[in-house]
Design a protein around this ligand. Structure first.
Ligand code: G4P
Length: 311
């Protein structure tokens, strides 16, 4: 899958974040509760230093609550990190934010010094919806397009927090490679830059392993075939996505699966668990080390050949 990662914008956003970081008391990182690892900004651990961080696991209404609880436990095991599952459906949960900020900044006299928070999140994660909820009015434009929040803005909230909003560009979480698929499934990556059939096959394979009953129930399938392609075909037959001359219209069935999955119609789904992403990260590191080793060997061979030719 090829994805345009907006390298120019990323460079600028990195610079903006690094500049504003010394004036920030707490980072509020908005994540997608269905993919808390893939939707993370890889710059946060690099640029955070000792600044405390609150991870808001948004769209928790769409995520599997058991898996969300595993993520909260994993995140909170790290020094200076608090995690809170939130959703547009339960705006009241956001009231826990200020006490959480205060708890992360115990030395501070909160009556004298307002908390300065920086909010960040990849596009479509629901950051604008959260800001509007916190502010009690419409502040940032909400929408689906990558990078709709263009420049930093400061918002004073009634509860005392001064919120700095940063541009919402997508970050290159390219390793492990499964991250790209999950970002596409949940709608974080623009639909024009990936192939629906690829993404639907990945989703079908995962759902058949992790949520077979939900998959069967929603698409009215008696049993699940072995391969991802066969699963898509079975869904196509069940939903009558058929070509005139016979056979299933794969593009149509793929779009249908992704759209209904994103809307939560198959039920609450977690697309990654802490155990899965830890394993995938280790595998990606191993693959990277193997590639580096192979490159070193081929470089050495090339040098030897050049030497030999010179003689
Ligand atoms: P962004 O600033 O991070 O880009 O995201 P934004 O707030 O614009 O939200 C992106 C989409 O996600 C919106 O839907 C929004 O309604 C939806 N969303 C935000 N928070 C939640 C949540 O907690 N649960 C669920 N299920 N959805 C959420 P949209 O399709 O762009 O359109 P619309 O719903 O605004 O019509």
């Amino acid at each position: 899958m090829t994805i345009n990662w907006f390298p120019g914008h990323m460079h600028k956003a990195r610079k903006d974040i690094a500049e504003v970081m010394p004036q920030v008391d707490v980072i509020i990182e908005v994540l997608d509760a269905r993919i808390p690892f893939s939707s993370e900004n890889p710059l946060v651990p690099q640029l955070r230093g000792n600044t405390p961080c609150i991870k808001l696991l948004n769209k928790a209404d769409l995520a599997d609550p058991e898996i969300t609880a595993l993520w909260v436990a994993k995140m909170e095991a790290e020094q200076g990190i608090k995690a809170l599952p939130v959703s547009q459906k339960q705006p009241g949960v956001m009231q826990h934010l200020l006490p959480m900020c205060n708890a992360l900044l115990p030395q501070r006299d909160h009556n004298k010094m307002p908390v300065r928070a920086m909010i960040m999140g990849i596009p479509n994660v629901g950051k604008s919806t959260i800001i509007n909820n916190l502010a009690g009015r419409t502040i940032a434009k909400t929408g689906n397009e990558a990078g709709i929040t263009k420049s930093q803005q400061k918002i004073k909230l009634e509860n005392g927090i001064i919120l700095t909003d940063t541009p919402g560009f997508l970050w290159p979480k390219l390793t492990p490679p499964t991250c790209g698929f999950r970002l596409a499934i949940t709608g974080a990556i623009k639909d024009t830059v990936f192939d629906y059939i690829d993404i639907a096959m990945f989703a079908a394979d995962y759902l058949a392993k992790a949520y077979p009953e939900q998959l069967k129930k929603w698409f009215k399938l008696d049993s699940l075939p072995e391969t991802d392609l066969e699963i898509l075909e079975a869904i196509g037959v069940s939903r009558r996505c058929l070509r005139k001359g016979g056979g299933v219209e794969l593009q149509k069935v793929s779009t249908l699966l992704i759209t209904e999955l994103r809307a939560g119609l198959l039920g609450r789904i977690g697309f990654e668990t802490p155990e899965m992403t830890t394993r995938e990260e280790a595998e990606a590191k191993l693959a990277e080390a193997k590639r580096a080793e192979e490159k070193a060997i081929s470089d050495r061979l090339r040098k030897l050949r050049t030497k030999k030719n010179r003689r």
